[in-house]
Structures are given as structure tokens and as C-alpha cells.
Design a protein around this ligand. Sequence first.
Ligand code: PPS
Length: 301
Amino acid sequence: MEGPDFSAMMSISRPELIEFEGISMIHYFTDDWENVQKFQARPDDILIATYPKAGTTWVSYILDLLYFGNTAPERQTSMPIFMRVPFLELVLPNMPTGVEQANNLPTTPRLIKTHLPVQLVPKSFWEQNCKVVYVARNAKDNAVSYFHFERMAKGLPEPGDWNNFLQNFKEGKKVFGPWYDHVCGYWEKKQTYSNLHYMFFEDMVEDSRCEVERLCSFLGLSTPLEERERITECTHFDKMKENKMTNYSTVPTMDFKISPFMRKGKVGDWKNHFTVAQNEQFDEHYKQRMQNTSLQFRTEI
Ligand code: PPS
């Protein structure tokens, strides 16, 4: 299997934030909007949905190994995770769109990634009663991870300095809109849509073995214990950081000298970024934004 030709991506420049369907977006995620909305999901498709930097790659790799770890060895050695699990709404110059990539997937099930908030997910996923795995991460660590990602990923808007970034994050002026609405939107959806598995990054860090087991149970897989153990080991942060197929080191628009994709993988790194004043203001704002939900996060474990 050939890796993708990324040479055309070298021309990518930092895009402007635009208002789109009620959230902040960039054109790389809206250029193929009609086809995204018309996307025909199949009943056995699995949608991996997250706010950016909540653990998408981690869960994608776990699911990929659960389904295809033993059946397709070449997939593991030569196909980067972002090709195995296409990013539905992504459109990059001279590359197949996310929709095209998803439509061309030869696998069953098809694993598909999205960062779209729940109200913008193509209707066919719900109509086909597809399984949806949602991963949420506490707002503070999510913001820190997003900040470093914006610094290094040239396809995203400039983050500004940390203080500036944090203000924009609170105001929802980030690609894919407000974190608050994203995590709460899927949480509410779960109350009426039983095929949604809502996971937390913090639980994965604390006990990934248990989270893999829960995933198997949700997916209806009877993966043997030894295989689950192997998958838990392969998807450990250190292993994924070393693995070229999961660490994004093959993507030229990401500058790893600024920050690696697999950066720290920790719960509580926010303490190294928030000042006391920023933390107090954030907590106050958080209380207001999250007052109407039963959703609870842990900012330390
Ligand atoms: S993206 O760009 O939205 O798809 O990014 P995403 O994969 O959602 O999130 C990247 C963050 O997840 C961390 N990560 C992990 N942490 C612990 N263990 C494992 N195995 C793992 N895999 C990915 C990654 O390091 C990013 O978080 P930070 O805090 O920046 O390190």
C-alpha cells in the first residue's frame, strides 16, 4: 500500500476563521459541504466523533486494531492511521476528499472520523442507526493540547499567545466551535440514541485496559483477553509516539520542531499553562456554560 503524496500540501497556508452553520470553521472543512451532508452511511459504519484533541487518534487506532489488527498485517506497517480512518469533512488541495476516502474504504466496518458537532453530523448516520464512539476530554487539557496543535499545524489559524488562545477558546472562536456545546451536544444525544458510546480521555489514561473492554462490549466484539492486552500495549502513548503510522510524522504541514503531534498524553498538563488568574476566570466561565448539564469531567486523576 502506497502512502499518500503530500507534495501538494506544502502549499497550504494558514486559513482565516469563518462563521459557518452557526460555528467557527475554516474552508478546509467546509469546501465539500454538500457531499458531506449527503454522505450515505451504511448500518455497519462506525463514526468516531470528537472535539479536536480529545483522543481521536488513540481511539481510532484501538478500533482499527480490534477490527483489522490480525487480518491485514500490511495495513499496520504501511498505512497511516488517517488513511485507515478517513476524516469525513476534510478537503485538502489535490488530495481525495474525506468523503471520497470514506466511500473508497474497502473494509467492513468502515471507521470514519469527524470533529463535527452533533447537529452537523450527516443525517444518514442517525437514520442507519450507526454506532458512534464519542471521546470527550476535560476543557483545560483539551485547550492546552489544541493550543500546541495550532502552533504546529500550518493548516489551522494562528493561535496567538496562550492568553489570547484561551480567551478565544472560551468564546468558542475555534475551529469546530465551542468545546462546551460540542461535549454537551453529544451527551444529550446519547440520552435518546442508544448506539452512542460516550468515553472520557481521563478514563483512558487511568485505565485503558478497562476502556478497551468497554469498547468491545459496546461494539459487540468477543475479542479474547490476550488480544485486548496486546492492543492496550500497542496503543500506549510511548508506542504510538514511536510508530510512524500513528504519530503523524509523515504529514509535512505539521512542524514537529514546534510541537509533536503525540505531545504529552497526560491529564493535568493544564497546570503547567494556566496562571492562577486564568484558572479562576476559566472556572467561573465554565460554571456558567455548563450549568444545565449533568456531564462531569475530571481535570486530574
Ligand atoms: S486530532 O488532531 O484532533 O485528531 O487529535 P487527537 O488525536 O484527538 O488528540 C491528540 C491528543 O491525544 C493524545 N494522545 C494520547 N494520549 C495518551 N495516550 C495515547 N495513546 C494517546 N494518543 C494520542 C496526544 O498526545 C494529544 O494530546 P496532548 O495533550 O497534546 O499530548
